[in-house]
Design a protein around this ligand. Structure first.
Ligand code: IPE
Ligand code: IPE
Ligand code: MG
Length: 249
């Protein structure tokens, strides 16, 4: 499947590795609570899982990994938790970018980063520039991201660039302005933590993605759990509206 084409129109090989995995990393707070620790301890442990999952994707030759780190709704959490998450994000950016670069990983962030403190914005821009020409794995962090925000910002850009000409816009017209226009749509979506919802993640791009939910809390999501998700994906038949018989021809 070539870059930029919609996976809703081209059917990937069944049984193959997913080219793009998108993950809602959920359950940090409950992981900590179970151990009578503050929620923050769960977030810290969650960063370890992020490191391991990046390595697993890299080892398996997966080309795109997209992680939901902070939603546009997460500002509603208690102020001390929001500020802890910001410090954790800033620290991870500061410490990890060089290592990502050494490992040939391209780093991108999607979301409205204008609301972040200037130090974080600076780390993001520096990291994106430093790693721009890497091609082993593209790691996208969704931060202050919302699927509806993404569609609306794309629509506003599309209309602005049409210079007021009234036009019947097509899906492709909008898709090129979405914040992940550099990646194919996700093949596999994973949500840990036992909730069965999308929580305003990639609404447009998940149209035909295979969904995988697990009760495992994010800090416990290890190599074995990762392999189970991949195996589940490989057992699916992606039909994109066609019949099973058509796919097997
Ligand atoms: C996910 O874990 C991390 C973020 C949303 C930042 P949670 O913090 O949502 O953990 P639970 O759902 O409360 O267990
Ligand atoms: C979704 O997790 C967002 C991230 C993982 C960053 P939440 O735990 O915030 O989701 P809801 O609000 O409970 O659906
Ligand atoms: Mg949660």
């Amino acid at each position: 499947m070539s870059l930029g084409t919609s996976s809703t129109r081209e059917i990937p090989d069944t049984g193959a590795m997913p080219q793009h995995i998108a993950i809602i990393m959920d359950g940090n707070g409950r992981w900590a609570r179970k151990r009578l620790m503050p929620r923050m301890a769960g977030h810290k442990q969650g960063v370890e899982t992020v490191r391991n999952v990046i390595k697993s994707c890299s080892d398996h030759g997966i080309e795109y990994l997209t992680l939901f780190a902070f939603s546009s709704e997460n500002w509603r959490r208690p102020a001390d938790e929001v500020s802890f998450l910001m410090q954790l994000f800033a620290g991870a950016l500061e410490q990890e970018i060089a290592r990502l670069h050494e490992n040939g990983i391209r780093f991108r962030v999607i979301g409205d980063i204008s609301r972040f403190e200037s130090r974080i914005v600076k780390f993001i821009h520096q990291g994106e520039q430093l790693t721009a020409s890497n091609s082993r794995l593209t790691l996208t962090i969704a931060a202050n991201y919302g699927g509806r925000w993404d569609i609306m910002q794309a629509m506003n850009k599309m209309v602005k660039n049409s210079h007021g000409l009234s036009k019947q816009f097509k899906e492709e017209d909008l898709a090129q302005y979405l914040s992940m226009n550099y990646a194919p749509e996700p093949d596999l979506f994973i949500r840990t933590g036992g909730e069965y919802r999308i929580s305003n993640f990639l609404l447009w791009q998940l149209a035909y993605t295979e969904l995988y939910f697990t009760e495992t809390l994010w800090p416990d999501f290890n190599e074995k759990e990762f392999d189970l998700a991949i195996q589940s994906y490989q057992r699916r038949e992606r039909r994109f509206g066609q019949t099973s018989e058509q796919i097997q021809q």
